[in-house]
Design a protein around this ligand. Structure first.
Ligand SMILES: [Fe+2]
Ligand SMILES: [Fe+2]
Length: 128
């Protein structure tokens, strides 16, 4: 279920690599949940949170440099997701991560890349 697929490719190599790494963390989170490895789950969601922070910063810098017109809306989505991850990470310390959480993250990320990230592709390409 949690997998990067070529239809999610932005054609921007560095961002595709980051998106693939995000899905790898998500697959780890799924294993932690299925195998009920609580501490591993806390570790993975923490790493995912830090990784997302770096990825969002990289993406935001590239959009700014390209003069992407819908930057504000994109930043708002990132901010909302960062807050959600913060909340889920704190929750993971006190209780097991549920499959609903894994599904939510998978759905959000797939949807965000397929729609929101894909919209910046022509602008980033124009710049290069
Ligand atoms: Fe992204
Ligand atoms: Fe994004």
């Amino acid at each position: 279920m949690t997998k990067w697929t070529p239809d999610l490719s932005t054609g921007v190599a560095v961002l595709d690599e980051q998106h693939k790494a995000i899905f790898q963390w998500l697959a780890e989170l799924e294993s932690a949940t299925v195998e009920q490895r609580t501490l591993f789950g806390v570790y993975v969601i923490t790493r995912l949170k830090h990784y997302m922070r770096e990825h969002f910063a990289a993406e935001e810098a590239m959009m700014k440099a390209a003069g992407y017109p819908d930057l504000a809306e994109h930043l708002a989505q990132h901010a909302e997701f960062r807050a959600k991850l913060e909340e889920l990470q704190l929750k993971s310390i006190g209780e097991d991560i549920s499959m609903d959480t894994v599904r939510f993250l998978n759905h959000w990320l797939t949807n965000h890349i397929a729609r929101t990230d894909m919209a910046y592709v022509p602008y980033l390409n124009q710049k290069r």
